[in-house]
Design a protein around this ligand. Structure first.
Ligand SMILES: [Zn+2]
Length: 309
């Protein structure tokens, strides 16, 4: 991928005479070629794929879904909360840009910077085509596969309708972006997120912790074991970040933008895309702290501020 994160993993599961694909990669020539070559090497013609499961609709996971579904005549399966995000994000992005501009100013981003930051993810559109899914998920479904079952585990947080796919017979979890070996996925509060995405995320992590898993197969990075240890590390990371924010908010009310500047010093100097992620991530932590009662979230008509309770 032409991003900081270089690769996305997609998984091909044998299902009798057919195959199920989990996630698709970006809609770019390089990504298309890579997938075609792997399928050819495995001697799997694309029309043997009869089902495509999507963990969430970010471009690296969902980008090629439209054309693959066309080519393979496969059933496209996505959580229903993701479907609602598709149109505004990829087809009517101008409306979303308007919402984002309002949201940036409410969170203290100065007008000059807001001008750049608001369009930071517009470029993502070219890596995706919008397509109607065939089957909608809510979570907890059991999907037949190869004489056993895949369980859908709804794991909101990184995205409102993110799903993991758990294969109990093999003690394997396809974790999407929910649980990654090296990085913690971006959890952000923004116009398209859940209302308290960090608490959603932590609750979904706790759900995954209870599963019997030998191997986690993530969307980025290498497969790994000991999911409970990895989950403990990630939970600690968010605890520390929350404690740091409470500290930053001790000497008076601050906007999300000011707090992000304190929390992510280096990141904020990199580029507008990183700045926007840092702001979203900061706000997700602030929201969780406000729900817990450790921060006071003060709302005036056109500005949200946070201060230690
Ligand atoms: Zn993602």
């Amino acid at each position: 991928m032409p991003f900081e994160l270089k690769h996305v993993n997609v998984y091909l599961l044998r299902d009798g005479a057919h195959f199920t694909l989990i996630d698709t990669g970006l809609q770019t020539e390089e990504s298309r070629q890579a997938l075609n070559q792997k399928l050819a090497a495995l001697k799997v013609p694309v029309d043997r794929i009869n089902r495509i499961l999507i963990t969430h609709i970010h471009p690296d996971h969902f980008g090629l879904a439209g054309e693959l579904r066309e080519r393979a005549r496969a059933e496209l399966v996505i959580h229903r909360l993701e479907v609602a995000l598709m149109e505004p994000r990829y087809a009517r992005a101008e409306d979303l840009v308007h919402d984002v501009a309002e949201w940036l100013s409410k969170n203290g981003v100065p007008p000059a910077e807001a001008e750049f930051v608001k369009t930071a993810s517009m470029a993502a559109r070219e890596f995706v085509s919008v397509v109607e899914p065939d089957t909608l998920l809510e979570g907890a479904e059991r999907l037949p596969i190869d004489e056993s079952e895949l369980e859908v585990v709804w794991t909101p947080g990184h995205s409102p309708g993110h799903c993991c796919f758990y294969w109990p017979a093999r003690r394997v979890l396809f974790s999407g972006d929910h649980l990654l070996p090296k990085i913690s996925p971006n959890i952000g509060l923004h116009p398209q997120s859940g209302a308290d995405p960090l608490d959603d995320y932590l609750a979904s992590l706790a759900r995954i912790r209870g599963l019997e898993i030998d191997q986690v197969l993530p969307a980025h990075g290498d497969p790994f074991g000991d999911h409970r240890e990895r989950i403990a590390v990630i939970m600690r990371h968010h605890d520390e970040r929350k404690a740091a924010l409470v500290n930053l908010a001790r000497d008076g009310a601050k906007s999300g933008w000011q707090l992000a500047g304190g929390l992510f010093r280096g990141v904020m100097e990199r580029n507008v895309f990183q700045q926007r992620l840092a702001l979203q991530e900061t706000l997700a932590h602030c929201q969780s702290l406000a729900v817990e009662g450790r921060l006071r979230k003060e709302l005036r008509r056109d500005l949200v501020t946070w201060k230690a309770a």
